[in-house]
Design a binder for this molecule. Structure first.
Ligand code: ACO
Length: 327
């Protein structure tokens, strides 16, 4: 992409309720020591009953709008990345549009699991580039706790809830998003899925009794492909603009597992200080993980207007993606 997608502002929303490893020790056969050493997670945020993905997404969006000094009426496009949307349809983006009162906006969701936010940024970049829209609100939002089986120790220790939003517009200067690479491999869709509730296996009493409306995951299988997919995403994104990992000031990886992040960092030969990690506080928030991390890194002064930031993700599908930002 020859143009820069300028980041006007960001916002986040995480539920107040914290589920610690000690809480989980009382729910399943696990230990704080196992969870911390195998995943890096210490605690995660959990939304209350009755709170849905659109509630968190709308709150993050309101913060981003406030930070940019913009009104919802100025939005032309709303895109939401989520794997735990309010419904199969309508889209969570349409629900957030209504909540914000963004009457002029076109709204839709993108389904790419944890890579969804980077998919959205890349699609938004293309749409803004051809002049279809001007101001876009990109949201990654999840309430994974609603589709997590708290009897299954291999998944329930990993996931958490949250949302991050980013306001973007086509920039005139050389600041913002300037390169990306996306990829998918549907042959590995069995590694992570939600079996029931769609047209393949409509919800029935039996599917509920068999817990098929919860996330099912082959953790070992995913781990191996995750590192490979994220490395490929990173390398191919860097190649597009002929820079190397040495040029990166901050790496923002999808926060799935600290061991995946460390393996990726080593393969890319990036120093530990140049990697943003918050997995210990939020766990894996899927599509929300990168926008939450980017927002926090900005607030903490770890990104200035000349920083080269590489965001890289992988997720169910499987999908992967990399996006480069200046500033
Ligand atoms: N507490 C204690 N023991 C556990 C737990 C737990 N919470 N979970 C699993 N174990 C046990 C297993 O039963 C197994 O016991 P066994 O040897 O007696 O059979 C043992 O620990 C080792 O299990 P592994 O699955 O080999 O553990 P591993 O080191 O691979 O860690 C994990 C599992 C953390 C799930 C890891 O594979 C992983 O993070 N994979 C990637 C998952 C991921 O990123 N998913 C999301 C990607 S896409 C998205 O973000 C939506």
């Amino acid at each position: 992409m020859k143009t820069y997608l300028k980041i006007l502002s960001t916002g986040i929303c995480v539920p107040e309720k914290i589920l610690t490893n000690q809480d989980l020790e009382k729910m399943v056969d696990t230990s704080d020591e196992w969870i911390v050493t195998r995943t890096g997670v210490r605690e995660r945020r959990i939304s209350d009953k009755g709170v849905s993905t659109s509630d968190l997404g709308a709150a993050a969006a309101r913060m981003a709008l406030k930070n940019a000094g913009m009104t919802a009426e100025e939005l032309d496009l709303i895109m939401v990345a989520t794997a735990s949307g309010d419904h199969l349809f309508p889209s969570t983006a349409c629900i957030i549009q209504e909540k914000l009162g963004a009457k002029r906006a076109t709204a839709f969701d993108i389904s790419a699991a944890c890579s969804g936010f980077l998919y959205c940024l890349t699609v938004a970049h293309s749409l803004l580039n051809i002049g279809a829209f001007r101001n876009a609100l990109i949201i990654g939002a999840e309430t994974l706790s609603k589709i997590t089986d708290y009897k299954d120790r291999s998944t329930c220790v990993l996931f958490g809830d949250g949302a991050g939003a980013m306001l973007v517009t086509l920039g005139k200067g050389k600041k913002g998003i300037f390169a990306s690479h996306l990829g998918s491999d549907g042959s590995l869709s069995c590694l992570l899925n939600l079996p029931a509730g769609g047209s393949r296996m409509p919800a029935t009493v039996e599917t509920v009794e068999q817990d098929l409306h919860y996330i099912k995951m082959n953790g070992n299988g995913l781990f191996k492909v995750a590192v490979r997919a994220m490395e490929e995403a990173a390398v191919k994104t860097l190649e597009k603009v002929k820079i190397t990992s040495e040029d990166i000031d901050l790496l923002i990886p999808h926060q799935a597992n600290i061991r995946i992040i460390t393996s990726l960092r080593k393969r890319l030969d990036i120093e530990e200080e140049k990697v943003y990690v918050n997995i210990e506080r939020y766990g894996n928030t899927s599509a929300a993980s990168i926008p939450i991390a980017y927002h926090e890194a900005r607030l903490q002064g770890r990104i200035d207007e000349n920083s080269i930031v590489l965001m890289v993700a992988f997720g169910g599908g499987i999908t992967w993606g990399g996006v480069l930002v200046k500033g």
